[in-house]
Design a protein around this ligand. Structure first.
Ligand code: SF4
Ligand code: SF4
Length: 108
């Protein structure tokens, strides 16, 4: 094999076919609005807790879509349910209610 002095890094992408989506599907039934999230980040940018701790609803939803419930748990562990993100979500998602459903379904 020819040595070009560099190599191809393995993909860091998550294999969605092997991700456990069972709980996310349960969440989508209880809270269909979660499917409307376009990962714009408005919620995270306005988040009260994010100013002090690593808190991000946007990243938490992406983690849940990828079957990474533990990651989402960490990203929402400092949420104060203030509802500020609900006011800025351009998709009109009741994010506060969504977070409560996430906490219930994922037993956070
Ligand atoms: S409800 Fe939680 S995620 Fe939303 S802005 Fe308030 S602290 Fe942040
Ligand atoms: S503001 Fe709404 S659409 Fe944007 S990332 Fe947050 S939940 Fe998703």
């Amino acid at each position: 094999m020819i040595d070009f002095g560099f190599g191809v890094s393995p993909s860091s992408r998550i294999n969605l076919d092997s991700a456990d989506k069972e709980k996310f599907n349960e969440l989508a039934i209880a809270e269909p609005d979660v499917l409307k999230c376009m990962a714009c980040g408005s919620c995270s940018a306005s988040c009260t807790a994010a100013a002090f701790e690593d808190t991000s609803l946007r990243r938490a939803i992406l983690s849940l879509q990828n079957g990474l419930g533990d990651d989402a748990s960490k990203l929402l562990s400092h949420c104060m349910l203030c509802g500020k993100c609900t006011m800025v979500c351009p998709r009109g998602i009741n994010t506060r209610h969504l977070i409560l459903s996430i906490q219930k379904i994922y037993s956070l």
